[in-house]
Design a protein around this ligand. Sequence first.
Ligand code: BYC
Length: 326
Amino acid sequence: MGHFLPSNHSSKANTLTMSAVQETAFQEKIDAELKIEAKDWMPDKYRLHLIRQISQHAHSEVIGMQPEGNWITRAPSLRAKMVLIAKVQDEAGHGLYLYSATETLGITRSELIKQLQTGKAKYSSIFNYPTLTWADMGAIGWLVDGAAIVNQQSLRRTSYGPYSRAMVRICKEESFHQRQGYEIMSKMSNGTIEQQEMAQDALNRWWWPSLMMFGPTDSESAHTSNAMKWKIKRGTNDDLRQLFIDRTVKQAELIGLEIPDPDLKWNPKTKHYDFGEIDWEEFWEVVNGNGFCNKERINNHIKARSEGQWVREAALAYSEKKQNGV
Ligand code: BYC
């Protein structure tokens, strides 16, 4: 029958069969916990899924420098200032590893930045909240980095090699960040009444947005099903959120702070904390660009990028000169 078909049909059919074979081999590799590397065959959907997730992760690290950068000049001691500068620098580094990992998938850095600046690519909702007091530096380290660690520890086992290796290193630095924040919170909650109130106020404002970092509930999450099938994500949004809550409640108790959730209660049956309803309307408002600081964050990014253009040009000219042996 084959020769009755249009001449390109059999080659199209062959291509289809070929890609089905490749896709089966790809999934078998994933199921066997083997890593996919940059030059390996992968379905386009897997590639695009990774570009979306890893680049949004990179953007979050870079935009995440802004709320803390705001407090470097106002840190209450030289030690606190040095620690905060080091932490913010680490975040720039995390952004760089993650942009590099994304570039291995065949997209350029300038395209990724364009996607961020035009609102096509998202970054974590948490960085659209303002940092009002020094206690916010504690709350960010403790809660935001704490939430990020729970998520990123699971991502160390992600199926894409370059992303997984970036995560190993990032997690090591992130756990220092979490301790830095918890140290600030524990000092303040053991300090004067005013300091205790500032610490509690910061916890009140950052608790719910931190829970939102894990994304919508599993039933509302558009990407979780493919992400779990391809082992890009190793825990669902709800499972990781629960793990974070279970860990953090005990840490709050230890330093005498109260989690701002009247429905928070240990459930002996599930052996987890039950918790109150997250304000999903607020979450989507912030994700869709209407949070307190969305516009300010992107405008700052555009300004910093344009002011740094000469640095990139100079670095490029220098590297070309070196390559040409001048
Ligand atoms: N904020 O189907 P879903 C840090 C979007 S930075 C904004 O569940 P997925 C730090 C989602 O993108 C650490 N958008 O998505 C830095 C999707 O929209 P698109 C940041 C969110 O990907 C400085 C839609 O909602 N960590 O640690 O399966 C200082 C549907 O969601 C958010 C990472 O980026 C959100 N919170 O799951 C201090 C970790 N949640 O893309 C600390 C890597 C969801 O279709 N990323 N959306 O337009 C992930 O693990 C996953 O991407 C997420 C979301 C769990 C975040």
